[in-house]
Ligand binder design. Sequence first.
Ligand code: UD1
Length: 420
Amino acid sequence: MSKFIIEESPCLKGKTRVSGSKNAALPILAASLMARKKCVIRDVPALTDIFVMQNIIESLGGKTEWDKKTETMSVIAPDAGRLDADYELISKIRASFLILGPLLARFKKVRTVLPGGCAIGSRPVDLHLKGLAALGAEIELEHGYVTATAKRLSGVEIYLDFPSVGATENILMAAALADGQSVIRNCALEPEITDLANFLVSIGADISGAGTDTITVNGVESLRGGEYTIIPDRIEAGTFMAAACARPGGDIVLENAVTEHLRPVIAKLREMGAEISDNNGMMRVQSPDAGLRSTDIKTLPYPGFPTDMQAQLLALLSMARGRGTVVETVFENRFMHAAEMKRMGADIKVESRTAAVNGVDRLTGCHLKATDLRAGAALIVAALGASGQTEISDIYHMERGYDRIDEKLRQLGARIIRVE
Ligand code: UD1
């Protein structure tokens, strides 16, 4: 099993480029299953989750090509739907559930695996299914599979009980090929939703309101192919911003970071004393010489503070001056990383959805285990601020969501290596 070894490192300095967004690329690749012609998607990050989605598309009869150098993926969707997606593949990533909406819309029948729980909570899919049922699908749940069938999908008004990212995406994709108008209310506002809508519009869909809490979709007969470039990954950018602040004196420039998408992260890091400026798409992050001060954080759907940045900021709070709290409102069980940070000397008390943190002068390196993708990234942030050597195992979690993270951090001066 591979692991990262991080030696006590100097503060980060230099420049790196943010890759394309994983959470935008996954639904866009799924949506390309609805197109009649080839889709060429640029700035697709080289991640295991992405390659699993590529294999899923192939297993459904689609054809794909990956150009490693330009990080471009081409997809030619199958002409006829295969009923069964490969169980092994599908159950590897939760995002595979995003094939449900597109295959139902295009082929009127789909059978896929019902995702189970994961390290950060039970993560139900009831809102996805309710939305698709409202569009006219018949849903059957049996032996861990979901089968959705429809003679036709018809536009409808849907009110989501919670602005779920995945449910908004599945419903939006299915509605794009339904008959008539759909209005999705209380939908998710995340930039990845807007990116998916922009992609769909670029191949012929009629969608307005993405990025607001009400999306209107006028169903079209078919979708053509086209070329599209994925937005930069705001969570990767945020993780590098946190890494830059792990030690006083950090000073990095992020190319391809979108300030607008990072407002809540920028606000919190500024409260903690960091200086952040944007110069023509180049974001500069400077960590205060006097060290960080603590703050309080509450995760919320966009434009609130992202749950996917909670662990990385918890790492910073555990090294900051004073006392802070982190309240996790999006997922019910997302503090697994706190136990690992405590092994480094962090003073964190978790009770239900709140972590109370007393900053300590120094964390100390030790052997750690990544429990999920963002938890793993947070342990890297903690290790970059710690004294001594840190070893992080189970790094396959990080490879699901960070494109060459060790290489990029080395560029910035971190003493991190990957060993088998
Ligand atoms: C997406 C992101 C993930 C991010 C999350 C929240 C992808 C591939 N993943 O996940 O990185 O952390 O958004 O920003 O884009 N819920 C229900 N019923 C449902 C669906 C969701 O109760 O049918 C609940 C979930 O259990 C969770 C909350 O809603 O508590 C948010 O989930 P959701 O927004 O759907 O997240 P994902 O799309 O799974």
